[in-house]
Design a protein around this ligand. Structure first.
Ligand code: HGY
Ligand code: MN
Ligand code: MN
Length: 416
């Protein structure tokens, strides 16, 4: 039973969603549980209600939109991703996975196809981890990694809790977190890196996700006058942070395999002033690697380098690991189903590990899961210039449709 998704309609829905929270240079800003995020969710709900879908929200705001099957007593086959974005994010990160699910629903609806198992389209709350840390906190709560209470208590930089933001957004749901149980979960996403585009391939069959760890670092030296204070008597908290960044950058750049990733996304000078030696700085650290043992070693190196910088600059250093997401390998049968659907369509592809975290990381703990990637221009993401071509979006959506249909009807993908 082959269906062909409507590439143009998919693209139109992507551009229509991009009208909500547009940024100056063609990107999107819909921070988790802001008015823009809520508006994007409501627009999706409208589109799905027009197809006869029902929807419900769990206690951390995860939105589940159901398309009935012939056997509604069976666990649903699910797809989806996230609608929240980075502050100056792109129009495809997360959104493509959600709207590809909508396009599959629309295609089945116009063909009058009812699958054996019901289908769920899921929008996970706060995937980005930009407003509330850590990333994927709501899918993590669904999978049992975080308690509901701790998730609702997470605060943004203004001290607003995730629970209060949920209430304000109108998406504080009543459904118990962890429901519904899923038969399987398939997520379509842009690669957010350069691999597929450089190889000229259309599809990434994602077999897993690299390990990720987040830290909050404090460096406390001594504020002093920029003029009279001799260099060798300074306890400069920014100079110490700069040395740490440089040391870890050099280490990562020295990794010939390129598997070591270090990122310092936020650096704050507390009460900074141009003629005051920085007394206090706050730094975020993001470490990633495809191998858990190597990630342990990288974490130990980070600790050593931080202590050494404190010594050299006479600065007191502290750090807290606020998130640890181990290397994940997805369900072999799900990965093979994606690969078979891709081969059946004759699309060029490769298997790969994801460099970015996704809600699939946590969902894979409680349901067989796999992901589908499509290339993005110059590998750029988390940037307003993020772009995936209509053709690549359509191919990813087609593979998703074939995979969902096969799984929900109990066929092998090749038999479609
Ligand atoms: O951090 C990540 O990899 C994802 O974008 N949340
Ligand atoms: Mn994403
Ligand atoms: Mn992202």
């Amino acid at each position: 039973m082959h269906v062909t998704i409507d590439a143009e309609r998919l693209w139109e829905s992507l551009m229509a969603m991009a009208e909500i929270g547009p940024t100056q240079h063609g990107g999107s800003c819909r921070l988790a549980l802001t008015d823009e995020d809520a508006a994007g969710r409501r627009r999706l709900i409208e589109w799905c209600e027009a197809l006869g879908c029902t929807w419900r929200v769990d206690r951390v705001g995860n939105l589940f939109i159901r398309r009935a099957g012939r056997r509604d007593d069976l666990d649903p086959v699910a797809t989806g991703s996230h609608l929240d974005t980075q502050p100056r994010g792109g129009r495809f990160d997360g959104v493509l996975g959600v709207l590809a699910g909508l396009e599959v629903f629309r295609t089945l609806d116009e063909r009058g196809i009812v699958t054996e198992r019901p289908l769920e389209l899921v929008v996970w709350t706060n995937e980005e981890g930009s407003r509330f840390a850590p990333a994927m906190v709501a899918s993590g709560t669904y999978a049992g990694e975080f308690s509901v209470e701790s998730t609702l208590a997470r605060e943004d930089r203004d001290g607003v809790t995730l629970g209060a933001a949920l209430e304000a957004s109108g998406f504080a749901g009543g459904m118990a977190v962890g429901e519904p149980r899923l038969d399987s979960f398939f997520e379509l996403h842009i690669e957010q890196g350069p691999v597929l585009e450089a190889a000229g391939e259309s599809i990434g069959v994602v077999a897993g996700v690299q390990g990720m760890r987040w830290y909050d670092v404090s460096l406390d030296g001594q504020a002093a006058h920029a003029g009279p204070t001799p260099m060798r008597l300074r306890r400069d908290a920014l100079a110490a942070a700069a040395r740490l960044i440089d040391r870890l950058q050099s280490h990562a750049l020295g990794d010939a395999r390129g598997d070591t990733k270090v990122t310092f996304g936020c650096l704050d000078i507390v009460q900074g002033s141009r003629n005051v030696i920085p007394g206090e700085t706050r730094l975020t650290v993001d470490l990633r690697h495809v191998d858990e043992t190597e990630l342990d070693a990288l974490e130990q190196r980070f600790e050593r380098e931080l202590a050494a910088c404190g010594e050299v600059f006479g600065v007191t250093t502290r750090f807290e690991r606020i998130w640890k997401s181990p290397v994940v390998h997805f369900d072999a049968a799900c990965v093979e189903a994606v690969e078979a659907a891709t081969r059946t369509r004759g699309f060029s592809y490769r298997r790969l590990l994801s460099g970015a975290g996704h809600d699939s990381v946590y969902v894979s703990r409680v349901a067989p899961t796999a992901m589908i990637f499509v290339p993005c221009r110059d590998g750029i993401s988390h940037n307003e210039a993020e772009y995936a071509s209509p053709e690549h979006c359509a191919r990813g959506c087609q593979v998703l449709a074939d995979t969902l249909l096969a799984r929900a009807n109990g066929y092998a993908t090749e038999a479609l």
